[in-house]
Write a protein that binds this ligand. Structure first.
Ligand SMILES: Cc1ncc(C[n+]2csc(CCOP(=O)(O)OP(=O)(O)O)c2C)c(N)n1
Ligand SMILES: [Mg+2]
Length: 327
């Protein structure tokens, strides 16, 4: 959680200084969901993510230097700098991809479940999605399919109370999104998304259920994002007091530090050392990303479909007034 928090502090600052191109969406405040959920997974499991993917990526084990290089659009990034913040993918680490299309992480997670079932694999898929995505049609289709086919998938809704500038009530007619689970005939679990151990426990049980052939679980983690929807968001839809209150009362890191201290599981300088280690890791990541090479201009056409599929071209020709003769 410390690594995610500090990594995103750097992303915030480097973005403000024009070093990171494109858009960035930070997940600060939601670290316990990413860490609790990914910590419950095995290395072989696959996750799918959203436009707010840095925390999920780091928690799944992606290399911070490579991840920051990807955000910088540099060649050593996981997608060779072609993806950036909203398209991070690393198949070796089990990260099937951040999806900027709201809701798209869910059918991708169902797809992982189909693959696992068809191949008889002993891993499962976990799809993160936001509260806003639950209002999208493809999300219901994908969860319904997984429920009907008893696929090994865990769906984790990060309910941070906002979908861009829309509040929960402007978008949903139910208070708890986990209640949707009843319509698919699967368990729906509500968990405190600021409590890393609670998330870990809930997702562990859901994973166990998935792997034992009982099918998917819908987990709703109630959480909060500290930063705007994107960096630069003026946030007219909420008050500073609301943000301050969550930061002061419900911070997942500070609260867990207290829990560990009470249990005497955090001793002496351990926390200070951990913070220093994290600083060193993110400092190195910034240096790495800054110094990394840009992709070569001549590589712009690598990894893309240059020629349209033959069928598409045939249909397009039929639509031309001269029947495509001029081609
Ligand atoms: C299909 C689609 N519609 C709209 C958008 C624009 N958009 C990007 S993020 C977002 C809000 C998503 O809210 P939520 O799912 O709650 O995720 P959060 O941003 O809170 O993490 C919207 C509407 C999009 N990217 N894709
Ligand atoms: Mg949201």
């Amino acid at each position: 959680m410390l690594l995610i928090r500090e990594f995103e502090n750097r992303v915030r600052d480097r973005f403000a200084d024009d070093e990171i191109p494109g858009f960035v969406h930070l997940s600060q405040g939601q670290e316990a969901v990413a860490v609790g959920a990914c910590g419950a997974l095995a290395e072989a499991d696959y996750v799918t993510s959203t436009h707010r993917a840095h925390g999920h990526s780091l928690a799944k084990g992606l290399d911070p230097e490579q991840l920051l290089a990807e955000l910088y659009g540099k060649e050593p990034g996981q997608s060779n700098g072609r993806g950036g913040s909203m398209h991070v993918a690393d198949l070796e680490e089990g990260m099937l991809g951040a999806q900027p299309i709201v809701g798209a992480s869910v059918p991708l997670g169902t797809g992982a479940g189909i693959t696992a079932q068809v191949t008889g694999a002993d891993w499962c898929g976990l799809a993160f999605c936001g509260d806003g995505s639950v209002a999208a049609g493809q999300v219901h289709e994908a969860i319904n399919l997984a429920a009907t086919w008893t696929l090994p998938v865990v769906y984790v809704i990060e309910n941070n109370g906002y979908s861009e500038g829309m509040t929960h009530d402007e978008q949903h007619n139910i208070d708890d999104l986990a209640a949707m689970a009843a319509s698919y005939g699967i368990p729906g679990e509500i968990v405190d998304g600021q409590d890393v151990e609670a998330v870990h426990e809930t997702v562990s049980a859901a994973r166990e259920r998935a792997l034992s052939g009982e099918g998917p679980t819908l987990v709703e983690a109630k959480t909060y994002r500290y930063r705007g929807h994107f960096e630069g968001d003026e946030e007219p839809y909420r008050s500073e007091a609301e943000v301050d209150e969550w930061m002061a009362e419900r911070d997942p890191i500070e609260n867990y530090v207290e829990v560990l201290a009470e249990r005497e599981e955090l001793e002496g300088d351990e926390l200070t050392e951990m913070r220093a280690d994290v600083e060193a890791v993110v400092d190195a990541a910034v240096r790495f990303a800054r110094d990394a090479d840009e992709p070569a201009p001549e590589a712009a056409y690598d990894d893309i479909f240059v020629d349209p599929a033959p069928d598409v071209q045939r249909h397009r020709n039929r639509m031309k007034k001269d029947g495509g003769v001029s081609r």
